[in-house]
Design a protein around this ligand. Structure first.
Ligand code: ACO
Length: 418
């Protein structure tokens, strides 16, 4: 049985539109100076395109992560999407991602633990892997918080941003990788960070819309105090649980909510060196579940991490929840770019996934229309499985072409060496 799990691929997507503090000055009674000094945020990304959503951003980040991991979507066993702003109450955003990736052998579910969700997801992935229930798991944090924000509420609208980050976690015999985690919850503080309406407790009505109850409400000061305490305590505990001391930790990658929270908890309380705490919240604001994977990807792109580094991921959020994990980085970074052939192969795979999804949708409608009775289930299934076989054949041929190309490349480089 596999005892270890490693992050072997990482990816991100942030929307192109930037909203600066100066833009916000024109929208609410605030200043760039207040936002910068009270939160550390200078600008954030906003998903403006109505065709795009939490699921489409998650898919883009996932494709990036899969390409870096050199993992085919068909080899995924599980997709976990952590999000506070899913596309729907159901279906799960993870299912939309699974469909868009054409990950035909993967289970998929959403995870709701607010900003702690990504670290919860990492722990879930590790658990599934060491239990032998999965070998390759995609963990994504994706948010379109701009669509849950009251843009006239200066207490919240200056804080949040949109984006997505993803990692591929895979079972391995190589020691290291995910070492341990602490997951926590204090539901007594549920009202401190809440979208009061649109769930089943307060379904959407004219009144809830008029009251703006479908927007994020937050008790900022209470959340701040909670965050400072749990970030420090959870980090201390999880590091000890991993059998390490704080001095053994090379990087802390915290949830990017507020520079003052990070400084008070990690730098002041824990006395951890500020230069080894990774921060990018000035560029993206608080992207909830996406904040830690976005920070991880940026840290990798800035060549901060190296194999053997001990990293703490620590977050807090609505629930109230918190989560911390220790990961021993196991793979070299950065990775060489994908070959042109592999890029083409993946492009074909994703195009084919979209076509297959379209065919399945219409097949269901047409067969439902003509053969709607349960008695005809067998016929429906027969036709469905034939169409699936055609899809599998196309995917197989595409993989064979790619493998042939790789062998040729290998042969050419061997010849050159000789
Ligand atoms: N611009 C100018 N003034 C503002 C703004 C603003 N955007 N927002 C609030 N103020 C005012 C307040 O009205 C208040 O004025 P008053 O003294 O006249 O009443 C004053 O600034 C100070 O307000 P505080 O709330 O005390 O400000 P604080 O220093 O606590 O900073 C903040 C507020 C940034 C929200 C901070 O409390 C915080 O970061 N809290 C944690 C929030 C957080 O991380 N939430 C996300 C959790 S993750 C998740 O699950 C989604």
């Amino acid at each position: 049985m596999t005892h270890y799990s490693h992050i072997i691929g990482w990816g991100k997507y942030v929307p192109p539109d930037i909203l600066t503090n100066f833009d916000l000055e024109k929208m609410v009674d605030t200043t760039d100076e207040w936002i910068r000094t009270r939160t550390g945020v200078r600008e954030r990304r906003i998903l403006k395109d109505p065709e795009e959503s939490t699921a489409t951003m998650a898919t883009r980040a996932a494709r990036d992560a899969l390409a870096k991991a050199r993992v085919d979507p068909d080899d995924l066993d599980l997709i976990i999407v952590a999000s506070s702003s899913p596309d729907y109450a159901f279906p799960a955003t993870a299912c939309l991602v699974q469909d868009a990736l054409g990950a035909s052998h993967a289970g998929a579910y959403d995870l709701s633990a607010a900003c702690s969700g990504f670290v919860y997801g990492l722990a879930m992935a590790h658990g599934q892997i060491v239990a032998g229930l999965a070998n390759t798991v995609l963990v994504i944090g994706s948010e379109t918080l701009s669509r849950l924000i009251d843009w006239s509420d200066r207490n919240t609208c200056v804080l949040f941003g949109d984006g997505a980050g993803a990692v591929v976690v895979q079972g391995s015999d190589q020691p290291g990788g995910f070492l341990t985690a602490e997951l926590g919850s204090d539901g007594s503080g549920g009202d401190l960070l809440i979208v009061p309406a649109s769930g089943t407790r307060h379904p959407t009505t004219m009144k809830t819309v008029a009251n703006g109850d479908h927007y994020i409400k937050m008790g900022g000061r209470e959340v701040f105090r909670f965050a400072v305490r749990v970030m420090a305590d959870a980090t201390r505990r999880v590091v000890a649980q991993a059998g390490l001391a704080l001095e053994d930790i090379d990087w802390i990658i915290p949830h990017q909510a507020n520079v003052r929270i990070i400084q008070s908890s990690i730098v002041k309380h824990l006395k951890f060196p500020a230069e080894r705490v990774y921060m990018n919240l000035d560029r993206y604001g608080n992207t909830s579940t996406a904040s830690i994977p976005l920070a991880l990807v940026d840290a990798i792109e800035e060549k901060k991490l190296k194999p053997g580094d001990n990293i703490v991921f620590v977050g807090f959020g609505g629930g109230l929840t918190w989560a911390a994990a220790v990961v021993q980085w196991g793979v070299p970074v950065p990775k060489p770019p994908l070959s042109f052939q592999k890029q083409m192969d993946l492009a074909i795979h994703y195009r084919w996934a979209a076509i297959q999804s379209f065919i399945r949708r219409w097949r269901r409608r047409i067969l439902g229309f003509f053969l709607g009775s349960p008695d005809t289930e067998t016929t429906t299934e027969k036709v469905s499985s034939q169409l699936d076989k055609v899809g599998d054949q196309v995917a197989k041929v595409s993989r064979q072409i790619h493998k042939g190309e790789e062998m040729n490349n290998q042969q050419e480089s061997n010849n050159e060496e000789e």
